[in-house]
Design a protein. Structure first.
Length: 228
């Protein structure tokens, strides 16, 4: 029987769908901790995370953690546990290839450092950008990518190039030993086994929202017609 997206499991046996929700739980718990909240119920955490409480409890049980009846979950402990599961207990060197508008926005994103990611390189093919400082990091030629990836032991490569250059950049990252790639380019990348690629397709996400908006608008028209 074929596995659904929610059934597929990562290398540690946790379903991919659960892994995808852990950063959401982590973000919500971080906000609670910053406000000095000590405990949170599964219902409260589920509502803030946009999931139902049964799903949340199942997700957390896969991490071998359970709340206390009548009390809930200890916020700091659960935050630490999820952070450890996500690998946030150590620092991950990140490189961004492509320093156009999107690449600049990513480089200036303040959430990298606070979540355990260190931006170690910005690379571009446009000589005009070489030597420019973006978020305190100097832009280097894309031809320096392999050497930089080796020198900084880059863990994650972010591709923010045009589609035509994405596969070539991906190949260089993989050859340099980078095994995790976040792809913003509108292209499907071919990678060998053992390399994880996460694709962020902004246009597709907007189209999905447009699909739902169209149907909400149509439903509104129908309701108006009925009420008239």
């Amino acid at each position: 029987m074929a596995l659904t997206a929610g059934d597929r499991r990562g290398r540690d046996g946790i379903p991919d769908a659960t892994i995808a929700r852990l950063p959401v739980y982590h973000r919500v718990l971080t906000g609670l901790a910053e406000r000095g909240v000590a405990t949170v119920s599964s219902d409260e955490l589920a509502e803030a995370s946009g999931v139902n409480s049964a799903k949340l409890r199942k997700d957390l049980s896969l991490l071998r953690t359970h709340g206390t009846r009548g009390v809930g979950y200890d916020v700091e402990h659960l935050l630490s546990q999820i952070g450890r599961e996500l690998g946030l207990s150590q620092e991950w060197p990140v490189v961004v290839v492509g320093v156009g508008n999107l690449g600049r926005a990513l480089a200036n994103y303040g959430g990298f450092a606070s979540r355990g990611f260190r931006l170690v390189g910005l690379l571009d093919s446009d000589p005009v950008r070489f030597g420019e400082l973006v978020a305190g990091v100097m832009v280097r030629p894309v031809t320096d990518l392999a050497a930089l990836a080796h020198a900084e032991q880059v863990a994650i490569g972010v591709i923010a190039t045009p589609a035509v250059a994405a596969q070539q950049v991906c190949d260089v990252l993989v050859a340099a030993g980078v095994r995790s790639i976040l792809n913003f380019a509108p292209a499907v990348l071919s990678v060998p086994d053992g390399v994880d690629v996460r694709k962020v397709d902004l246009a597709s996400e907007l189209q999905i929202l447009a699909y739902h908006e169209q149907r909400k608008s149509a439903a509104g028209i129908v309701r108006t017609g009925v009420s008239a």
